[in-house]
Write a protein that binds this ligand. Structure first.
Ligand code: ATP
Ligand code: MG
Length: 257
């Protein structure tokens, strides 16, 4: 296969957070990623598109980080066609805004139109737990996106599986690594099962700010650095170019720097 086209560093990038499975942490990850990136780049260059009717990301971010742009474009059966087109338009327009990042929080569920949209992104973050109840649908989801990529002969989006709600002290990720072995995915740094995140939406955003939650802070910080380096700064493109192979699993432990 010919070499992957590297996206220029400063080009705008769209990152979808998606999985067919509900409750795996898509909205939480979208919110925390936006907040982490806001520490690393001008927040006005970040837009979060909340496509979930539940408005989780919108509600949280407008309270906690009003400097980050938030667009609410619910993708529900009733609005699917219109709002998928709007998200598409937004992403296309954004391509001409160097240094901008769009994070799209998507709803659970399997709609081919949504998968086609997700496959237009630069990267897809796919949160999942290590439970088979989540890993099996996650694997199917990866296959669906891969099919769209194959149909159009595309290298992007990079698929990044994000192990979420990982029990404290868990070091063995072989269940996940084995299952994903034959897929063209990258495994991102693990996010632990954190009580402070579980109760995230119970209080106000400011309360979360003031609470001492160093575990959550360090996990999401590590995650933010990973995305900055591998996605925004083009490290994944470089890895793909160098290896020129479809096997692209970055092993655990090599992701932090
Ligand atoms: N790392 C974590 N540790 C503990 N709890 C978590 C973690 N990540 C997410 N959660 C909790 O899991 C629940 C579901 O998270 P979230 O709403 O982000 O998932 P989702 O994939 O967006 O769900 P939906 O499919 O309904 O949109 C929330 O209560 C959230 O607080
Ligand atoms: Mg959600």
């Amino acid at each position: 296969m010919s070499k992957i086209k590297t996206k220029p560093l400063n080009d705008a990038k769209s990152i979808f957070v998606a999985n067919v499975k509900g409750g795996v942490g898509k909205s939480t990850l979208s919110i925390m990623l936006a907040r982490e990136l806001a520490e690393r780049m001008p927040p006005q260059n970040i837009t979060v598109i909340d496509t979930d009717l539940q408005r989780t990301a919108t509600e949280f971010l407008t309270n906690s980080n009003p400097e980050i742009n938030v667009e609410f474009l619910p993708i529900t059966p009733a609005f699917e066609n219109t709002n998928i087109s709007l998200v598409q338009q937004f992403i296309k327009q954004n391509e001409f805004r160097p240094g901008h990042v769009v994070i799209v929080d998507t709803p659970a569920g399997s709609s081919q139109r949504l998968w086609n949209l997700v496959a237009e992104g630069y990267a897809v973050l796919i949160p999942t737990t290590l439970s088979n109840a989540d890993l099996l649908p996650t694997e199917n989801f990866i296959r669906s996106i891969d099919k769209v990529k194959a149909r159009y002969g595309k290298y992007h989006p990079h698929l990044i599986v994000c192990p979420n709600k990982i029990p404290f002290g868990q070091k063995d990720f072989s269940v996940m690594a084995d299952r994903l072995n034959n897929h063209d995915v990258v495994i991102g740094p693990a996010l632990r099962d954190l009580a402070s995140v579980r109760h995230f939406y119970n209080g106000k955003a400011e309360k979360w700010e003031n609470k001492s939650n160093s575990n959550a802070q360090s996990d999401f910080e590590q995650f933010g650095s990973f995305i900055e380096k591998y996605v925004l700064n083009g490290e994944l493109d470089k890895i793909y170019n160098k290896n020129n192979t479809s096997k692209n699993v970055i092993p655990f432990g090599k992701t932090s720097n």
